[in-house]
Structures are given as C-alpha cells and as structure tokens.
Design a protein around this ligand. Structure first.
Ligand SMILES: C[S@@+](CC[C@H](N)C(=O)[O-])C[C@H]1O[C@@H](n2cnc3c(N)ncnc32)[C@H](O)[C@@H]1O
Length: 326
C-alpha cells in the first residue's frame, strides 16, 4: 500500500509510484482508518467509493433465475445445444451409426494373451499367412465372440473357418471347447494341418458347406463371416442344415456384416474383392439373419450390431438356440 507515512528508506520507491498512479486523494480513494490530520477540520470526509454492484440471480421455486441477461444466455446456449444435437443426430443417421455401442464397449476386453498364443500357433507358416492371421486378429471382433463362446462347452462346428485364427483364439479362451472347422479352400486346410500340433483342440476338414449334412451331435455351430460369401438362395438351406446338426439346447452363433451403412458395405466389398476375389457378396441385416435362422425352429436370443461407429466393418452378432428336448 502506498502511504505518506512510510519509513524514509521507502520514500524513493513510494514517490516513483505516486508519480505514476497519484496519491490516494488524487485518485478519490479513502483508506479506512486513515485521514489527513492537517486538513481534518477544513474538509468534510470524502465520499466512500461506490462499491461495484453485483446483482446475483435469484432462484425462484420454479427453478428459473430472475436475471434477464442470464436467462437470455441460457436460452441461447440451449438453442445452440439443440442445434448441435440435431446435427449430430443427422450425421449419426447418415453415417449409419448403431443406436448403441454397447457391443463395441465389450469388445475392448480382448484377451491379449490368448490372441498372442493363437497367433504364435502359426509359427513356421509362410510369412504371408502369418501377416494375414495378424490382420484378421485386428479386424475380427474376437472379444465379442469370446464373450458368446465362453459359457459353451463340448463340440463346436465352425463353418467356413478359413485359416481358423478365430477358432484358435476361442479355443485359447475356453479350454472346455473342441472345435471342428470346415472350409472349401484346400490351401487353408493344409496350413492348419501343418500347424495343428500347436492348437490341438482345433481341427479342420475340407468340405463344402453347401452340402452340409451332419448328424445332430454338436453343442454349438459358429458361422463367422461365411454367410455373405454364399449365394442368397443358399442361406435358407444352410440355416436348416445348421438346425439339424445341433443337439437340443445347442447354440448357433452367426457373425456377419450388415449391408448398412453403405460406406461400410462398400468398404467390406472392397476388402473381399482384394482378399477373396470379384464374386458378389450378399449381406443381410442382423434382423433378416435372425428371421432366416428362426425359420427352421431356432430361437433368437441376441441380435446386435457390435461395431464402433468409426470402424469400417459393420459387424453384427446373432445368437439362436435350438429348443431343449421336451
Ligand atoms: C471371410 S472368410 C471367413 C473365415 C473365418 N471364418 C474367419 O472369420 O476368419 C470366408 C471363408 O469361407 C470359406 N467358404 C466360402 N464358401 C464356402 C463353402 N461353400 N464351403 C466351405 N467354406 C466356404 C472361404 O474359403 C473362406 O475361408
């Protein structure tokens, strides 16, 4: 505080500051408890400076604030928020985001150890095959499938299992499961045979699933990313064949790709064109797939998109159960 009563050794500094900002009197301020005694009798005490008035908003019972400027600000913010929400909603619909990302949230619980062991089981395979396996680990919704398969036990049939990386991962996370894969591609079947000793609970057989005719001995059937590679007219027949090979109470798990949004569909089309060739693909919505497999008598239990809005694959999962024997 700058005062006239400061000790002499402070004077120099005080004078310099006073030149810059003036004395208290020149600035019209009064320090409480201090008055210039020489002029005490001649001058009336200066007016106290006006306190800055701060009007606090008053809250009424109804929960509104009686402060017009605040009310206007609040209204403007509400208008902006509503506009933002509308625009987000529009984009959500346009980009085809699923209404809920619950499935994706669960996807974050990938068992990294199991994924690594499944990958390592391809030790000795050509480098191109191992690169493909690594890419499949990144793209496939392994954690969602893991969540579905973990409660199962016994024998599972996997249709169109490719190089069986999904099945090897699932066998790593669930030791009570034996998996038998079928695939039409002899190179994939050979690859699995050469590395079979590192994942002995997963076997692979060369077979065409369009001719599927297995006895009812399986506790579960997995149809992972096969359906869209089969002609549309084959889907109904496949669903009936799956129902026949399940034991009563058995579970059918279909993982496939939705046809919406279009940008995800075209991305998947491009992916398959690179990986599998130019043959057309037939994607269905999760609801259509559920209806298709319900026709021969399976009961749908879960029908859910599990992709994240920003990832390019429109993954979905449909779980159905064959009714238990009466
Ligand atoms: C996109 S890959 C999926 C592979 C594996 N299920 C996965 O998720 O990694 C489709 C697989 O289905 C196989 N496939 C296509 N048509 C088939 C058929 N008629 N019978 C058996 N397998 C078939 C292909 O050889 C290919 O390995």
């Amino acid at each position: 505080m700058i005062t006239d009563e400061l000790a002499p050794h402070h004077r120099l500094g005080t004078d310099r500051v006073r030149r810059l900002i003036g004395t208290s009197e020149e600035r019209g301020l009064e320090r409480p408890g201090h008055q210039d005694r020489s002029e005490e009798s001649e001058q009336p005490p200066p007016e106290p400076p006006l306190a800055r008035t701060i009007r606090l908003p008053v809250r009424h019972e109804a929960g509104y604030y009686d402060a017009p400027h605040l009310t206007e600000l609040t209204r403007a913010a509400t208008r902006r928020n509503a506009a933002l929400e509308r625009s987000l909603e529009r984009w959500t619909r346009r980009l085809g985001f699923p209404p809920s990302c619950e499935g994706f949230d669960r996807r974050m619980t990938l068992n990294v150890g199991a994924a690594w062991r499944a990958y390592a089981s391809y030790h000795g395979a050509p480098i191109a095959s191992r690169a493909f396996v690594a890419a499949r680990i990144v793209v496939a919704p392994l954690a969602v499938l893991d969540e579905e398969v973990r409660p199962l036990r016994g024998h599972m049939l996997s249709l169109g299992c490719g190089v069986a990386i999904v099945e090897r991962y699932l066998a790593e996370t669930n030791p009570r499961l034996e998996i038998e894969g079928l695939d039409i591609d002899p190179r994939k079947v050979d690859l699995i045979r050469t590395t079979a000793s590192r994942s002995p609970r997963v076997r692979l057989r060369l077979a065409d699933v369009e001719q599927l005719d297995e006895p009812p001995v399986y506790d579960a059937v997995l149809v992972c990313d096969l359906l869209h590679h089969l002609p549309a007219e084959e889907h109904r027949r496949l669903a009936a064949a799956v129902e026949r090979c399940l034991r009563p109470g058995g579970v059918c798990l279909v993982k496939d790709l939705d046809r919406l949004p279009r940008w995800k569909y075209w991305w998947n089309r491009f992916h398959d064109w690179i990986v599998a060739g130019p043959e057309p693909i037939t994607c269905r919505s999760p609801e259509e797939t559920a209806r298709l497999f319900a026709e021969p008598g399976l009961d749908p239990e879960r029908v859910e998109r599990t992709d994240h809005p920003l990832t390019p694959y429109a993954h979905y999962v449909v779980r159905l159960r064959k009714p238990p024997a009466a």
